[in-house]
Design a protein around this ligand. Structure first.
Ligand SMILES: Cc1cc2nc3c(=O)[nH]c(=O)nc-3n(C[C@H](O)[C@H](O)[C@H](O)COP(=O)(O)OP(=O)(O)OC[C@H]3O[C@@H](n4cnc5c(N)ncnc54)[C@H](O)[C@@H]3O)c2cc1C
Length: 429
């Protein structure tokens, strides 16, 4: 079952994909380059549905706004993407209100994915009265965030992403650790089979922050991988968390801070109330040039193997990672497919992910398959997130494969759009 001479879905990929993946993708990179890093993207890209926005169901069931600190008057000025004059008025008014010149502003956040929850918590920590609307009936129902690996790997990600993600990515580790339990600072282990040893050298050249490892070094970090790999890299400063636990803890923190979450509330930024509206709808937002990068993942349970950190298994065509979680669970991810398709995982993805897990350690052959899902990562052409403001609407989107890594930084930027930059005293506090 390991990658042998017999034909398998793993080896049936179109030629040339690996070569594409080796080139560091520039902004606006072609599909396959963008797609390689996170996992098993080697599928032929599917046609992008340019009519996505038109086909998307219209929001229903607009709910009346509610502010935990009492009703706020509907703003008249600065509503929607209005004129420059109106926008300036609105931003000044909300910034003043937040600096103590009046009542805290009533802020509406739409979307309880990682972007929305980080932003809601950041705003609530700064004294705003925040209401968070989520169209699902519970956390994670339709959020890409629920399917994430929970890796916080700024150095590894810079292998294929813009280097500007490293500093905010490192800061995110502290952000999460100071707000939710279960942040594991054990680093990331990167390995490759002997025949793919060149992949380790290539990965090392394109990244920083790694210590090279031999077989003994790998065994010292992960005893269950003893004898399986001869070369590796350890990115000691990286971390990981369980996204489902982290988002649940973040939602609880938000409510302790006085925030309100309205589940089952499908709203639009234009129609919902609030002095300022933060649009964190992920791929459901109609943002120009936002596209979907589909990711399939599975969760396994095994008592046969123990890992202490995310392990990335490099391969020219099918890199994969395995992230350990409590209770013998392992998240295996993930495909990277340029596609608007919102259905469940394909058989091909299932086979590839399972093969890759088995290639990392044969004990996974006996693992129980707990969950298998597909999500849609929201991405802009340069694969970097954007925080923008038009009138009273602030948009936080495009977190691509870096939702947990970059949402804290985006949340801070969103707060600046609402409150203005932090004063020196606020930063010191
Ligand atoms: C398989 C996979 C693995 C990943 N692994 C990692 C990883 O290890 N580390 C990392 O940092 N990132 C990872 N990512 C990327 C990360 O998951 C995304 O960047 C992130 O989830 C995007 O967050 P978001 O809040 O913008 O969108 P979402 O998580 O999709 O949240 C949007 C929310 O808005 C709600 N919503 C939409 N429309 C409305 C409406 N009209 N009214 C009310 N609510 C609405 C949705 O229901 C949803 O809850 C991974 C992604 C995938 C798919």
């Amino acid at each position: 079952m390991r990658r042998s001479g017999s034909p398998s879905p793993v080896t049936d990929f179109p030629s040339g994909v690996g070569e594409e993946a080796r080139a560091k993708p520039p902004c606006q990179a072609p599909v396959l380059r963008q797609a390689q890093h996170e996992g098993l993207q080697a599928h032929a890209p599917r046609p992008t549905d340019l009519a996505r926005a038109a086909a998307r169901p219209k929001p229903q069931g607009e709910t009346k706004p509610h502010h935990p600190n009492g009703p706020h008057p509907e703003p008249v000025e600065g509503r929607g993407p209005g004129t420059t004059k109106k926008r300036a008025f609105s931003e000044t008014a909300t910034a003043n209100a937040c600096k103590g010149a009046g009542n805290p502003p009533g802020i509406t956040v739409i979307g309880a994915g990682v972007a929305g929850l980080c932003t809601a918590v950041t705003l609530a920590e700064r004294g705003a009265a925040v209401t968070l609307h989520e169209r699902s009936e519970s956390l994670g129902g339709a959020a890409a965030s629920w399917l994430a690996g929970g890796m916080l790997p700024p150095f590894c990600e810079a292998e294929s992403a813009d280097a500007s993600i490293v500093a905010p990515g490192l800061a995110a580790i502290d952000w999460w650790e100071s707000r939710v339990p279960g942040v594991m600072r054990n680093g990331t282990l990167v390995v490759a089979s002997s025949r793919d040893a060149g992949e380790i050298a290539r990965f090392g050249r394109r990244t920083s922050g790694a210590q090279p490892l031999d077989a003994e070094g790998i065994e010292a970090l992960e005893p269950d991988l003893a004898g399986r790999f001869r070369q590796g890299l350890h990115f000691a400063a990286e971390a990981h968390l369980d996204p489902r636990r982290a988002l649940t803890a973040l939602a609880e923190r938000f409510e302790r801070l006085g925030g309100t979450i309205r589940f089952g509330s499908d709203v639009t930024p234009e129609a919902v109330g609030g002095d300022v509206v933060i649009d964190c709808r992920g791929i459901a937002a109609n943002a120009p040039s936002l596209r979907s990068v589909r990711g399939e993942m599975l969760i396994l349970r095994s008592d046969e193997i123990r890992l202490s950190r995310p392990v990335r298994l490099l391969h020219p065509r099918m890199p994969v990672y395995v992230v350990p979680r409590a209770g013998g669970l392992f998240m295996v991810g993930a495909t990277m497919i340029e596609s608007e398709a919102s259905g469940g995982p394909t058989l091909r993805a299932a086979v590839e992910l399972m093969n890759a897990a088995y290639a990392l350690h044969p004990a996974f052959a006996e693992a129980e398959v707990i969950d298998m899902k597909a999500g849609r990562r929201p991405a802009f052409p340069d694969n970097l997130p954007r925080v923008t403001r038009g009138g009273r609407i602030v948009s936080v989107n495009g977190l691509f494969r870096h939702g947990f890594l970059l949402a804290p930084d985006c949340a801070e930027k969103a707060a600046e759009r609402v409150f203005g930059p932090r004063t020196r005293e606020e930063i010191a506090a």
